[in-house]
Design a protein around this ligand. Sequence first.
Ligand code: G1P
Length: 288
Amino acid sequence: MGITKAVIPAAGFGTRFLPVTKAQPKEMMPVLDKPTIQYVVEEAVEAGIDDILIITGRGKQAIEQHFDKSYELEEELKADGKLDRLDRVQKIADLADIHYVRQKEREGLGDAVLYARKHVGDEPFALLLGDTIIQNGTPCTESLIDEAEAHDTSVLSLERVPWEQVSSYGVADTSDVDSTSGSFPVNDFVEKPPQEEAPSNLAITGRYVLTSEIFELLEATEKGVGSELQLTDAIRKLDAVRGVELDGDRYDIGNIPSWLQANIEMALHHDDGEINKAVEKLLREQSL
Ligand code: G1P
């Protein structure tokens, strides 16, 4: 079960981020000096993937521009002797073979994934949501691929979230399962359940390895929560699905607090001291 392809849905509206997302895809929101989707592509590449399909839609052209070669910019950086920056810019265009397909109507994540059917064919593939960054810890997609190959099944990354947030996620039913280490079988999933009906607080994090049966199942799935075709509703029909608990920091940059948190935490992580000092000063002043 060699996995060489990744699919990155990046077609959703960034409504929670308006007006910034009026003319700019939410996946291009910067976290430090890179747009969000570059972190996602890099995670796939680090997992050994060299063929990536990004599902875009109207108004998402900036994503294609970002991963393309930029002759004019490169010439200018060369002429100015800014070789460090030149190197960083050139590397983006060489990350992987990136293909694009446009989702015509925004009918949900399941519908977006169906657009990958022709490109993916009969192979298992990695699926990474384009608005979610995972940092630190065990590389997420790489570990999902390892588990999928070891068990020959679909595998999802799961994370325990506060109970009051379960209704924003797909949630795993792992009753009677030892979910304390490695990967474990998941009995069922439910998309965005009310808190009192949620089978657990183990949420789908936006990283999957799926077998190609998912496409047929999606075709046969009715619209679900929010009148959208829900990927989770097709995943629950797969013969076997395993879960792996996420070991890392996850940021859903589609909402402002999480995007801010990503910037602050990652800045503190990569900082040479300046941001640490600024944050310490702020906290001192706040606690006075
Ligand atoms: C999607 C999925 C959901 C998953 C979530 C992770 O929901 O449908 O199962 O838990 O991503 O971010 P969305 O956030 O697009 O509503």
